[in-house]
Ligand binder design. Sequence first.
Ligand code: DGL
Length: 270
Amino acid sequence: MDKRPIGVFDSGAGGLTAVRQLQAILPGENIVYFGDTGRVPYGTRSPATIQQYAEQDIRFLLSQDVKFILAACGTVSSTLPKSYTDSLPVPYVGVVGAAVDAAIAATKNKRIGVIATPATIRSKSYEQRLKASLPDVQVFPRACPMFVPLVENGYVKPHDPITTAIATEYLEEIRRQGVDTLILGCTHYPLIAHIIADVMGPDVTLIDAGREAALKAHDALAQLNLLSNSGTGHTRYYVSDSAESFAAAVKLFVGPQSSSEASHVAIENY
Ligand code: DGL
């Protein structure tokens, strides 16, 4: 039993998909969430910049005495070297491995699409892990750079005409390839999963990387004997831009009944 919080971070609101899942499966856990809203997006930046930002985010979480770190960001998970994450003083989990395992369990025709930020697609992180686990898999990757700004700016309503038009443009080629599974490799994308599902059709299974990583975090915490099984957990949100507008995003993406108290952090000091 360990009452220290779980640390979760992302460039912005995307990691809230993992928080929502963690709260559902681990209601006794305290969570500290950091969203780097002052520097979002990460996915169009260079690996060196992404790594520098992620290291600052992690130093902030460690300053909050977290017992475990979940990088709820496909871009960070695809960029941080294993030598760095292995050297952290607490256990760390990213989203790539969890999403790959779920996609392999879901596919029947071994044709899997991967959509993610340009940095993630460039890194080939999902592709390499898919091929390592299932050598005869066919992978269809596509960077979708406009999805993150659309989500951060609230273009997420069902059938939103702008997001639907852009999703159709991005996804048409993957759809025509006959994939039966599509990895939403950026944690912002599940927030428009309904629009992506409309374009892909009912026969394609969508894999939510944030949700799968939260499930993996649960298993890791249980294995390491780090779970907190009693009481009701509290989630505290920190952001590097306006705390007020982030609280609105929490209400929208985690749920209106959830506590959405958010504070500002000067992340450049970490
Ligand atoms: N949500 C993040 C990801 O999973 C980052 C998106 C971005 O900042 O570009 O890749």
